[in-house]
Design a protein. Sequence first.
Length: 125
Amino acid sequence: MATAFAERERSKRGLEDDVRIRTGGTDPANSVHDVVLTAMNEVGADLSDRQPREITPEGIETSDIVITMGCSADGICPATWRGDARDWELTDPHGRSLAAVRELRDEIRTRVEALFDELEAQAGT
């Protein structure tokens, strides 16, 4: 969900040349949960072609910011990495009701929009 919203914000703000988005989990599911597909379709985001994947230390090493959804980045970020790690402390959508996933979706969207606001303010755009 966060990746879809980040891609949308990047495009909306014309930051395609400035912001690179990577996605991955520490223990990714085999597929995007049906309830997530439904909740995201409601806001015009089709995730049916997405495949969860594991984040790699190499992917983190070349990132400026790492956002985790409910686990500390300490266990996944290489010791030499000096980026900005943030844990949004969100619940896993697996096994949640559609109503709960809608709330989670909206929280993620709000946080992604705020992150892009912050990045633009830092860049002075």
